[in-house]
Design a protein around this ligand. Structure first.
Ligand code: ADP
Length: 498
């Protein structure tokens, strides 16, 4: 029998252990889907202070005490704990008191950046490489995710190129969001463990006189992907390339777009433990129960139960296009609709949403914060799900929404364009509503079409059933990743890098 392909999947966050956004959902699901598809996968994440432990057992993996990570000539010890998902997929949590014994994942809980973000990244990245060495990890693929893990590529290719165990694996780098690139002044190259000339052109680190870790990952990986086909195309243009479009066009031969899947067990309206009522396409009445429960939770009178509920969940950052909603918010809420929103992020957007809801307290509710349960209850209880993102590498909420029969209204970009099709009342095909220009008027038009469709109960039920029938499971994506890995191995053997 052909031996299974073995993969070390490295991420800075993974559900359910530590979650900030979509990457956590991907890192918590994709390794398990790959395992179902026959791969031998191990997930590696930092051992943060606030790791969610419910239902998991952890064991310390012995590391010889003389193994340390050096940063700026100081040794730091690291430790490894192991746990497993219920299906057996192993997870290593790599920790160290100097960097992870504090609350917060990328930032402190109030959103304040950590002054030692780079040291945290260097520590984790170097420790992962040390773990591969001291625990004798032999894998075919090391799969890195976003800039926080990109230095692993540099350590493997530039520091340990003559160690078989570290030279052999092919490297894959996934871009989950190109807006976050990990940029530091050139002099920080020393903290990363490389000589000053590595920060000068031409080098995989150097970008416009600075160090750019996203670039490092893109350049050193054998294969690079984004999390939707449309975004893979978009980032090669000036509009979406965040300054890296020329670089990305230059490596288009190794750039792919593989659409994310969703965890169809955690997000299943028929069994979701966050919901009081359950439903499926055969019996939709539970969705009305969820809607009533949501209105109650949001402090909106049940007299408004027959009016559409518009839901929104997400990070409140510029990317998500919430400013468009704020622009039309008062006019929208002057009509017969309800709005329930959940999110946290930039203060001015949080304040904007709070203000909007405060002006329409009988029909709008917002919770500022992170609340997994409420995210599920909004996804189930709303009729319409709003996602006007200015750009969207993939987006998961619009997929969750469709699975829950909640109709997405989205900006036609990235993964939103790849996963939502416009409802056509004449053919009864489609699963949502899209708008092309990132403008309040275009959003208003698309919402108008959705609200009009909502009036026709029969047609709306068909639309809901269309949305619920779409298969967003990870199985299809896992197949895409296995092909992607095979290409990476081919390229690594052939010594190609662009
Ligand atoms: P991004 O990765 O850009 O944040 P995605 O749509 O890909 O956007 O994924 C966001 C994930 O994070 C979803 O699972 C969403 O439900 C969740 N999420 C975002 N904000 C919150 C919040 N305030 N409370 C609960 N879940 C949230």
């Amino acid at each position: 029998m052909k031996p299974a392909i073995s993969v070390l999947f490295v991420s800075f966050e993974a559900a359910p252990f530590a979650k900030v956004g979509g990457l956590a959902d991907v890192a918590g699901s994709l390794p398990r889907a790959l395992r179902r598809a026959g791969a031998d996968v191990r997930l590696v994440i930092p051992d943060f202070q606030d790791i969610a432990v419910e239902g998991f057992e952890f064991e310390n993996v012995p590391i010889p005490s003389d193994w340390t990570v050096g940063i700026d000539f100081r040794p730091y010890s690291f430790r490894v704990r192991e746990t497993r998902f219920p299906d057996g997929t192993p997870v290593w949590l790599v920790g160290g008191d100097d960097f992870f014994a504090r609350p917060g994942i990328y930032n402190a809980p109030g959103g304040e950046p950590f002054g030692d973000e780079l040291e945290r990244i260097v520590f984790f990245n170097k420790a992962v490489v040390e773990v591969m060495k001291c625990l004798e990890v032999d894998v075919d693929i090391v799969h890195l995710n976003d800039y926080q893990t990109a230095l692993i590529a540099a350590y493997m290719r530039r520091l340990y190129g003559n160690e078989e165990r570290l030279a052999r694996p092919a490297l894959c780098h996934s871009i989950h969001n190109l807006a976050y690139q990990g940029v530091w002044p050139a002099e920080r190259i020393q903290t990363m463990g490389f000589p000053p000339e590595d920060a000068r052109y031409p080098s995989p680190f150097e970008w416009q006189g600075m160090i750019n870790l996203m670039k490092t990952g893109i350049e050193l990986a054998d294969m690079v992907n984004t999390v939707s086909p449309r975004y893979a195309m978009e980032i090669q243009t000036k509009e979406f390339g965040a300054g890296l479009e020329d670089l990305l066009r230059g490596v288009s031969g190794k750039l792919r777009g593989i659409l994310n899947g969703i965890d169809t067990e955690a997000w299943n309206p028929a069994t979701d433990s966050h919901l009081k009522y359950h439903y499926d396409t055969g019996k939709l009445s539970g969705k009305r129960g969820c809607k009533a429960a949501l209105l109650k939770e949001a402090g909106i009178s049940l007299d408004r139960l027959d009016l559409p509920v518009i839901g929104m969940v997400g990070r409140l950052v510029q990317q998500k296009g919430i400013d468009l909603i704020l622009e039309i918010g008062d006019a929208l809420l002057a009509t017969d609709v309800n709005l329930v929103a959940l999110g946290s992020g930039a203060k001015e957007i949080e304040d904007g949403l709070r203000g909007l809801c405060a002006r329409h307290p009988d029909r709008a509710g917002v919770k500022i914060g992170f609340d997994e349960g409420l995210a599920h209850r909004i996804t189930a209880g709303a009729d319409i799900f709003l996602m006007p993102s200015r750009y969207e590498p993939c987006g998961l909420n619009q997929m969750y929404a469709q699975r829950y029969g909640t109709i997405p209204v989205v900006h036609e970009v990235g993964g939103l364009a790849d996963t939502v099709t416009e409802w056509d009342p004449s053919t009864k095909a489609g699963t949502g509503f899209l708008f092309r220009d990132a403008e309040a008027g275009a959003l208003s038009d698309a919402l108008g079409r959705a609200l009009l469709a909502f009036q026709d109960k029969r047609a709306w039920t068909e639309l809901v059933k269309n949305a619920m029938a779409v298969d967003f499971s990870w199985e299809r994506s896992a197949k895409g990743y296995l092909e992607f890995y095979a290409e990476a191995i081919e390229r690594h053997r052939g010594g190609k890098s662009a």
